[in-house]
Design a protein around this ligand. Structure first.
Ligand code: SF4
Length: 363
């Protein structure tokens, strides 16, 4: 069972085999200018993404839905979803960003006003600073607790879901509070509501997620089918991205500050954190010269691959130099740390400018 509130899933191949997620690289050739997260294999799997490829190719309407749970700080791993949203925005998608204040209330005990503040200061400001266009008419950001269309739909959909099913999917027990039990239904409604008649009717919809969120996707797809005759929903598609490794190995997590570079860190702190990250280097310089490093086990290399190096040629060069032992970790880290510092300087400035806009979106 995959638990979307706590699991750390690292065996991606197993997921593809066991849960019927399809490999993403099979579709790469059909995509015009795929995002680097796609071409570099960070997005590794999908369900029914062919529908989205077709909609983009034929310039038909399609939607992207991805929520944010306002419960803590955004770390650099969260940037991956924003990068995808920016790419989809350029492709003409209708973008829906639910702010899961109901989930953060039921699962983490955060009150609605505090969730709203976190959403504005931590999330929406960063989304805009990273490049999402807040003035695009196809962008819809909303608080779950204030969206009546979503609330009403969730209630209707809940009619065809029973307690045993929720227990089997999420591992809920007799002591799970009812609010927590209900929030997955709100998320299902978040994903399906762009297909309601008043929002343009059925359309292909994609949800970019980490694999830990697959239970929500499977439930949503099942429910879409159950209500097929009433709403004519098209079963939503999904893509799955790898998690970014934390600075100490393992998973990067906002609740474990030592593992994470937060987007609100100062450029100097981000630089320092990257310099302290675990690498795939050898024990001594002579060993590294002789055997080369292991970029596959290196957090610094991962940062370059996910976020810092846009050029495939330069990335390949770094990989080869590391493998050959012609570059040592000290030099390599120093270059990457400089890049992250510059990136954070720019982000800090843009985030400051974005704050008023972020506030106006929810007020
Ligand atoms: S040389 Fe660079 S990529 Fe290779 S292990 Fe060291 S830090 Fe990582």
């Amino acid at each position: 069972m995959i638990d979307p509130w706590s699991s750390a899933i690292l065996n991606y191949e197993k997921l593809i085999e066991e849960f019927g997620i399809k490999p993403f690289h099979d579709l790469l050739g059909d995509l015009e200018n795929p995002h680097i997260l796609m071409s570099r294999g960070v997005i590794f799997g999908h369900r029914d993404y062919g529908r989205i490829v077709k909609a983009m190719r034929e310039k038909n309407n399609f939607a992207v839905v991805t929520g944010m749970m306002p419960s803590g700080k955004m770390h650099i791993g969260h940037k991956m979803v924003v990068d995808q949203l920016i790419w989809y925005q350029e492709k003409g998608a209708e973008i829906y960003i639910p702010i899961a204040d109901m989930e953060s209330y039921s699962a983490r005990g955060i009150d609605f006003p505090e969730a709203k503040r976190i959403a504005i200061d931590e999330y929406i400001s960063n989304y805009i600073a990273l490049g999402l266009d807040p003035d695009n008419e196809n962008l819809h950001i909303y608080l779950q607790s204030e969206n009546k269309t979503v609330g009403d739909l969730a209630y209707k959909l809940a009619k065809k879901v029973n307690l045993n099913e929720m227990k089997a999917i999420y591992g809920f027990s007799g002591s799970t509070n009812i609010a927590h039990l209900y929030t997955p239904l709100i998320q299902v409604a978040d994903i399906l509501h762009p297909q309601l008649e008043e929002l343009g009717g059925p359309k292909p919809t994609v949800v970019p997620v980490g694999p830990d969120q697959d239970p929500h996707i499977r439930l949503t797809r099942d429910i879409a089918e159950r209500f097929g005759s009433q709403f004519n929903f098209i079963s939503p598609s999904s893509t799955y991205h790898r998690f970014i490794t934390g600075l100490t190995g393992g998973k990067m997590s906002s609740s474990k500050p030592k593992t994470a570079i937060f987007l609100s860190d100062s450029p100097e702190i981000a630089e320092k954190k990257l310099k302290s990250a675990k690498t795939g280097g050898r024990e001594s310089l002579s060993q590294q010269e002789e055997m080369g490093g292991v970029p596959e086990d290196c957090v610094v290399y991962e940062m370059l691959l996910y976020h810092l190096l846009q050029s495939d040629v330069k990335l390949k060069e770094t990989y080869q130099q590391c493998r050959e032992g012609s570059v040592m970790c000290g030099e390599c880290k120093a270059k990457a740390a400089e890049m992250i510092k510059d990136f954070f300087k720019d982000l800090e400035m843009k985030r400051e400018k974005a704050k008023d806009k972020a506030k106006s979106i929810l007020n």
